[in-house]
Design a protein around this ligand. Structure first.
Ligand code: SF4
Length: 295
């Protein structure tokens, strides 16, 4: 049974074979691609994620080489784009071999969702193996803020890594969560991302997984909306899985981030009744349902 914060619609995609994944994407208007999800322990301790299943992964649940190879070998005809994600896939012991195997299997482009910690030393090699886009979270414009969220001294390495990826010709895509503790830095972060890597920051809302103090971490919806609206238009964030009443710019997010945040269950609240944007809106994570209102 799905956890209440998850949308089971994504399960056939996450757990499907490549042909099923490609059909699932096509049915929803997404471009042709398949997903390689690599599960293994992550080295960071992000407060909203860290727990059993992410920082400690039993050996039996680590993605086996055989399973990953089978996923690559089953590339459907006409699909040349591979999305790579999971629990920090770059720490999977087979990661680099699988990048080479993906190229041999006929994938011409890899979109990689990563915490960015290894990019500084590996980005150039990964670019040669077909990595065309990296999707990386940054939770603040300085080390104190970012590292406080991820529970590790990671900021400097991630910035160096994004520099290396940019230098290697990889498209850099950065996203963040709208948190109470980071909201005051949203403009500075959006500006940093625009100036340094020539890209627009993506933003998403925190969802309540019941494993942290949601009220202490999540800003009120009105505060989040005001922070987004205060960012100058040239670097105003785009939204990832956010409702239309959050004043983000209307640009598509990176595909692998869009799919990651599609696992969030979203609902409509009383304020959505008669909202003219409702037809184009996917709703909002449940914890905010009572706070959204017609735009
Ligand atoms: S009020 Fe509801 S339907 Fe309208 S944009 Fe916000 S979340 Fe979507």
């Amino acid at each position: 049974m799905a956890a209440s914060h998850e949308d089971p619609d994504i399960y056939p995609f996450l757990g499907g074979d490549p042909a099923t994944q490609a059909r699932w994407l096509a049915a929803r208007g997404y471009p042709p691609a398949t997903l390689l999800a690599l599960h293994n322990a992550c080295a960071l301790r992000c407060f909203f994620c860290a727990g059993p299943g992410t920082i400690e992964v039993p050996a039996a649940e680590v993605t086996s080489a055989a399973r990953a190879d089978a996923q690559l070998a089953a590339r459907p005809a006409g699909v040349h784009r591979l999305l790579v994600g999971g629990n920090e896939p770059t720490l999977h012991r087979e990661f680099e071999r699988l990048l080479a195997a993906a190229r041999s299997a006929g994938f011409l482009r890899v979109d990689l969702m990563t915490n960015g910690a290894a990019l500084a030393t590996r980005a150039a090699d990964w670019a040669r193996h077909g990595v065309a886009e990296v999707v990386v979270p940054l939770y603040g414009a300085d080390a104190h803020t970012h590292d406080g969220v991820v529970g590790s001294a990671a900021f400097a390495a991630v910035v160096r890594g994004l520099d290396a990826a940019h230098h290697a010709g990889i498209a850099v895509r950065v996203h963040t969560l709208l948190l109470r503790r980071t909201l005051g830095q949203l403009g500075a972060l959006a500006d940093l991302v625009q100036r340094r890597w020539g890209t627009r920051l993506g933003v998403a809302l925190l969802r309540d997984k019941g494993r942290f103090d949601f009220a202490a971490e999540a800003p009120r919806f009105a505060a989040a909306a005001a922070a987004v609206a205060a960012v100058p238009l040239h670097c105003r964030p785009l939204g990832i899985g956010v409702p239309r009443c959050l004043p983000t710019v209307d640009e598509p997010p990176p595909l692998v981030a869009e799919l990651y945040f599609r696992s969030q269950a979203r609902v409509f609240g009383p304020g959505c009744d008669a909202c003219p944007a409702a037809r184009a809106c996917g709703g909002v994570v449940a914890a905010y349902a009572a706070e959204v209102s017609s735009v």
